[in-house]
Design a protein around this ligand. Structure first.
Ligand SMILES: *Cc1c(COP(=O)(O)O)cnc(C)c1O
Length: 436
C-alpha cells in the first residue's frame, strides 16, 4: 500500500514515510492507495472475530506486502487487548458502540496504540529518536501518552489548553513522566494546534529534531479506527438490517475512518455526522458551502473544532463531489442545553449513562431514524467513558457515577507540566530545553 497527498494524487510515498512524516510537504494530507476491497464474503464471516482479529485481517490486506504476518499479528494483539462491544438501548434500533474500554477510556486508544505499535516496529531500524508533537482538546493526549509511554526511540510532547480539559483528562497526560512531556498552554486548543503546525514547517527545528504527529492528520491514527466499525458490524449483522452509524465529530477523523472502511466493502447504509455548535460540516451538508470558523467552547470539549483538519479527507473520499457526500452522510448539531437534555433523556429512558459527546451521537442517530423512517440497525459511537466528565455528568443526571479503577488511581498522582504562553517561540525554546 502506498500513500498520496490530497494535493498531488500522482505522487506516492511508502507507509513508513507517511507514518513518520505525518504531513506531505505540499500541505495536503496523506491518503492510502489503493484501498483494497475485501468483498462481501469477508464481512459475512466476522461475527466471532475479536477487535484484534479484525485488526489483523485488515492489516494483512493493507500492509501484508510490507510487514510480515507474524509482526502484524503481534502488533494487533498488543494494541487491542480490549473489545468494542455494541450495547442495545431499545429493541435493536438504537445501539451504542462502546469505544472506551481501552486504557485511556476514549476511542482514541485504538488509533494511538496501533500507531505506537507501527512506530516501534519501524524504529527498531531507525537510529534517530522520533519526537512526536500532539495538540489535544482532551482525549488525544491521554490516549497518545498511554499508547506511547515507554516506547523505545520515541519521545512525546503534548500541548493542551490550560483550564479547558477535565481534571481527569489532565491527569492522564501529566502524570506518566518518562518519555511523555506535557506543555500547558495559556490559550485555546486552536492555539495549541497552531503551535504544532508551525513546528512542522520550522526548518531550523526540523533539522535538530525528527518530528512526527500523533494527531489525526497522521493517517495511521485513522486507519485502525476503521477496525471497530467492522467489529460493530460483526455484532449486529445477524439482525439482517441495513446499518447506520452515527459518529460524534470534531476533527472528523473518526467519520473519515468509517467512510474509508465502507469503501473497502463494509456494508454501511448511511452515516450521521453529529456535532456540537462547532457545526461546519452539518452546515456544509445543508448549504453546500464549507465555511470554517473559530471554535466555540462547549461541554463536549473534545469536539470543539471550528476548522476540522480531516474535512479535506472526507471530501476527497467522495471525489470532492457534494452530492455524493450528501447522499451518504446526514448532519445534525446540538447546543449545550440540548446536549444536557439529551444526556438526561437517555439516562431516564434507557438507564444509560453517556458522556456529552456520546449523547450527541445518540441524538443525531435518533433524529436521522425519525426522519428516514427506515427499518435499520442504528449504531451511535460512544466515544468516551462518562466518568472522564464526572462533575458534568453527575450534575446533569443528579446521581453519582462510577469511575473505573484505572482512571480513579490517577486522581492522587502529582501533575507535571511545563506552563507556556500561547507563543510559538516560547514552545520551541522549552521543547529544545526539555529534549536536550
Ligand atoms: C476526539 C473525540 C471526538 C471527535 O473525534 P474526531 O475524530 O476528532 O471527529 C468525539 N468524542 C470524543 C470523546 C473525543 O475524544
Amino acid at each position: 500500500m502506498r500513500f498520496y497527498s490530497t494535493n498531488s494524487p500522482q505522487q506516492t510515498v511508502s507507509a513508513q514515510e507517511a507514518l513518520f512524516h505525518s504531513l506531505p510537504a505540499d500541505k495536503g494530507l496523506y491518503m492510502p492507495t489503493p484501498l483494497p476491497n475485501l468483498g462481501a464474503s469477508f464481512f459475512n464471516d466476522i461475527a466471532d472475530l475479536s477487535l484484534a482479529d479484525i485488526g489483523f485481517a485488515l492489516s494483512k490486506a493493507l500492509f501484508g506486502d510490507e510487514i510480515s504476518a507474524v509482526d502484524l499479528e503481534e502488533l494487533t494483539q498488543q494494541a487491542f487487548p480490549f473489545d468494542t462491544p455494541v450495547v442495545t438501548l431499545d429493541a435493536g434500533k438504537t445501539n451504542v458502540l462502546e469505544l472506551f474500554h481501552g486504557p485511556s477510556l476514549a476511542f482514541k486508544d485504538v488509533g494511538a496504540r496501533y500507531m505506537a505499535g507501527l512506530m516501534s516496529h519501524y524504529s527498531r531500524r531507525n537510529d534517530k529518536e522520533v519526537n512526536i508533537l500532539v495538540a489535544t482538546s482532551g482525549d488525544t493526549g491521554g490516549a497518545v501518552a498511554m499508547g506511547f509511554h515507554n516506547v523505545p526511540g520515541v519521545r512525546v510532547s503534548i500541548l493542551y489548553p490550560s483550564g479547558r480539559v477535565s481534571d481527569l483528562q489532565e491527569k492522564q497526560l501529566t502524570t506518566l513522566g518518562g518519555n511523555i512531556q506535557a506543555f500547558e498552554v495559556d490559550g485555546s486548543f486552536d492555539d495549541c494546534q497552531a503551535i504544532v503546525k508551525q513546528a512542522f514547517v520550522d526548518s531550523d527545528l526540523n533539522e535538530i529534531l525528527s518530528l512526527s504527529s500523533a494527531n489525526s492528520i497522521n493517517i495511521f491514527r485513522l486507519i485502525p479506527q476503521g477496525f471497530y466499525y467492522v467489529r460493530a458490524y460483526g455484532q449486529v449483522r445477524h439482525a439482517g438490517k441495513p446499518v447506520v452509524f452515527s459518529t460524534p465529530s470534531g476533527n472528523f477523523g473518526n467519520l473519515s475512518a468509517g467512510v474509508m472502511v465502507q469503501q473497502m466493502g463494509l456494508p454501511v447504509e448511511h452515516f450521521v455526522a453529529a456535532t456540537n455548535l462547532n457545526k461546519v460540516v452539518p452546515a456544509y451538508l445543508q448549504s453546500g458551502s464549507y465555511l470554517p470558523m473559530s471554535s466555540v467552547v462547549t461541554i463536549s470539549n473534545a469536539m470543539d473544532v471550528g476548522s476540522p483538519s480531516n474535512f479535506v479527507r472526507l471530501a476527497h473520499l467522495y471525489g470532492d463531489d457534494y452530492d455524493r457526500f450528501k447522499a451518504n452522510v446526514a448532519g445534525y448539531f446540538y447546543d449545550d442545553e440540548q446536549t444536557r437534555t439529551g444526556m438526561k433523556q437517555i439516562y431516564e429512558q434507557y438507564g444509560y449513562v453517556s458522556c456529552p459527546h456520546t449523547a450527541i451521537g445518540i441524538m443525531g442517530l435518533q433524529a436521522y431514524l425519525n426522519e428516514s423512517k427506515q427499518d435499520v440497525t442504528g449504531i451511535a459511537l460512544a466515544t468516551a467513558h462518562p466518568s472522564k466528565f464526572k462533575p458534568l455528568v453527575e450534575d446533569v443526571l443528579g446521581t453519582e457515577i462510577d469511575v473505573p479503577e484505572r482512571l480513579a488511581i490517577l486522581a492522587n498522582r502529582p501533575k507535571q507540566s511545563i506552563r507556556i504562553p500561547a507563543l510559538y517561540d516560547a514552545f520551541k525554546e522549552s521543547l529544545l530545553t526539555s529534549v536536550s
